[in-house]
Design a protein around this ligand. Structure first.
Ligand code: NAD
Length: 294
């Protein structure tokens, strides 16, 4: 490879070496991070806020339309990681003004925005597509994919301002999609369409952001034990079929929100500096193949 560098084939490599992250230091040191969908006590958003705070973030914004737990989460994170500024915002992830306001707040307070994790989302009861009204469908699209569009629309320019002051520009937008956006989903056509939309949005926006240094990726969780799946787990428990949920997975278990949050941390850090426009399945292998077991 030395020879290839001498030949100029990889002349960009010395630059990449300079921005290669240290695996020993805090992974998101000094970064200003917005996470949406953080109210749920067992959700992916709260777990991610912990990961960013624990790994050196300067500030973390906890945003959710339901703010009943936000202050408790703020107190908890502040007491565990005293160096981090934790802010709470009651906001609708799919409302343009709300998203613009939190991004403006971050810029005004810190002069920078480094990570926007657009994680808020909803799922309705599983339904046959003929029973899904146009209004329901639009509501799901609005919450699950318009929210990621708005995050990218306002975060990317803010990250570019931040980037202009840096030698090597960076900035990371992350949207929560789902394995339901990658493969067929027996549950709900509105949900899977919205999550496929998040993946497509990330792919397209990654290209449109070319040259800015800002990256965008989608995370595709499998079946994770959170507020969203609680009803499913509770119903399965009542039927005595709870174990079956894990048994369908190649790892033979379900997952905790933290297992998704650690991937969000990776995508928000410089460790993923060359990862862009991708859909990251975090599903124990569920989407890797056909679930049929003879
Ligand atoms: P959760 O229900 O525990 O958390 C979702 C949070 O989003 C809640 O706190 C809710 O109040 C918030 N929210 C919903 N609509 C909002 C809006 N318009 N504005 C602001 N906040 C809003 O569920 P979770 O599993 O942690 O969900 C996080 C993300 O992960 C969602 O996008 C979901 O679709 C996705 N996901 C979850 C699973 C899973 O198995 N749990 C699988 C695939 C994808």
């Amino acid at each position: 490879s030395e020879q290839l560098v001498d030949q100029g084939t990889f002349e960009h490599l010395p630059i990449l070496k300079k921005i290669a992250p240290s695996s020993t230091g805090p992974r998101v040191k000094g970064k200003v991070v917005i996470v949406t969908g953080t109210n749920s006590a067992i959700g992916i958003g709260r777990a991610s806020a912990h990961q960013f705070a624990q790994n050196g973030a300067r500030a973390v914004y906890l945003c959710d339309y339901d703010d009943s737990n936000l202050e408790a989460h703020q107190r908890e994170i502040t007491s565990l990681y005293p160096g981090v500024d934790v802010h709470t915002r009651q906001f609708d992830a799919a409302d343009e003004e709300s998203v613009k306001k939190v991004v403006d707040d971050a810029l005004k307070t810190y002069g920078r925005l480094d990570v926007f994790f657009a994680n808020a989302g909803i799922v309705g009861q599983p339904k046959i597509f003929t029973d899904v009204s146009a209004d329901e469908f639009l509501f799901t699209l609005r919450t699950n994919v318009v929210s990621v569009h708005l995050a990218a629309k306002y975060a990317a320019p803010a990250m570019m301002i931040t980037s202009a002051e840096k030698k090597y520009p960076s900035g990371s937008i992350i949207g929560t999609a789902s394995v339901a956006g990658l493969r067929s989903n027996a549950g709900s056509s509105d949900y899977s369409s919205s999550k496929a939309g998040v993946i497509s949005l990330a792919q397209t926006v990654a290209y449109q952001l070319a040259g800015t240094g800002v990256r965008i990726n989608a995370i595709c969780p499998g079946v994770i034990q959170t507020g969203m799946t609680k009803m499913m787990y509770d119903a399965a428990k009542e039927r005595g079929t709870e174990k079956k949920i894990g048994q369908l997975n190649p790892l033979r278990r379900g997952a905790h929100a933290d297992e998704v949050a650690r991937v969000a941390l990776f995508l928000g850090s410089e460790e993923s500096s060359y990862v862009n426009g991708q859909a990251w399945a975090v599903d124990g292998g569920l989407s890797a193949g056909h679930p049929f077991v003879p």
